[in-house]
Design a protein around this ligand. Structure first.
Ligand code: HPA
Length: 273
């Protein structure tokens, strides 16, 4: 059986709760970034745990709400909190929420996450707008998870992050005087942080930032034909580059400082989409 039935059941439930609200833009908020969501009009909040077929978020710092509303005329859906492979969910299960968003009508995905930086120019607090990713997780959410309703089995990833959106995000960050750069995201499974040797190897592969999410959702979204803007917030220098041991607590503490900046970027970027 494919995931289509699960997705359709969730969509039916959501449509009932939202009176068939059709979001055009979706935002996925990463670790500790849940407070960055702009103030939405006609807001409807659904708990993940109430939506049939949805997974449960188990990570500290991740809320579990699917929010709908309107921001400056744009119809938005927000995944406040995401699911991770390291939580023990099968990688295919991470496709469900993104496929639900696709079925609801989402055409553009703002895919955000916290990252460690391998690039001396991207310091903690900086925004790395993604030009591409390297999926180093060792798994792909589309394996044994195909239905024609979700797009082609061999989906194109040659322009995974839409250049026009990337450009807009960088302009908005600069206008707000927020340190930013363009970079490549390398996705790892986690939950352990990387070793210094892994980070040196990733640098040679061409990565600027490292994280434990973003890539699976982008892969699923591209199959659906969505445009993607990848927004990675640097919470720490990567292992070995940082002189200190890494911790999730520290990552979350840094995101608290980032939330306000991210909200500003979203407020300026969303109307331009
Ligand atoms: N490594 C992997 N994921 C992360 C990091 C990191 O250094 N920082 C925030 N998420």
């Amino acid at each position: 059986m494919t995931q289509l039935k699960t997705v359709e059941t969730a969509v039916k439930f959501i449509n009932k709760k939202t009176n068939n609200f059709k979001p055009e833009i979706a935002l996925i908020t990463g670790s500790g970034l849940a407070g960055s969501v702009p103030e939405l009009k006609n807001k409807i909040v659904l708990k993940y745990s109430d939506i049939p077929g949805f997974l449960k978020s188990t990570v500290i710092g991740h809320s579990g709400n699917l929010i709908f509303g309107v921001y400056k005329g744009k119809k938005i859906a927000v995944m406040q909190g995401r699911f991770h492979y390291y939580e023990g969910h099968p990688i295919q299960a991470l496709a469900i929420a993104v496929r639900v968003l696709g079925k609801l009508g989402v055409k553009t995905l703002l895919n955000s996450g916290a990252v460690g930086s391998l690039n001396a120019k991207l310091k903690p607090g900086a925004l790395c707008v993604l030009k591409d990713h390297i999926n180093f997780m060792g798994v792909n959410p589309l394996v044994n998870n195909w239905d024609a309703a979700f797009g082609p089995m061999f989906s194109d990833m040659s322009a995974a992050y839409t250049p026009a959106l990337t450009k807009k995000a960088l302009i908005v960050a600069k206008q707000n005087k927020i340190a930013c750069g363009l970079g490549v995201y390398i996705a790892v499974s986690g939950p352990s942080f990387e070793t210094p040797a892994e980070i040196q190897a990733f640098k040679k592969l061409g990565a600027d930032v490292v994280g434990m999410s973003v890539a699976p959702e982008s892969i699923v979204a591209r199959q659906l034909g969505m445009q993607i803007c990848g927004l990675a917030w640097v919470t720490n220098l990567a292992s070995g580059i940082s002189k200190k041991p890494l911790s999730h607590k520290e990552t979350l503490a840094e995101t608290k400082k980032i939330e306000g900046k991210f909200k500003k970027i979203l407020e300026d970027l969303i109307p331009k989409i």
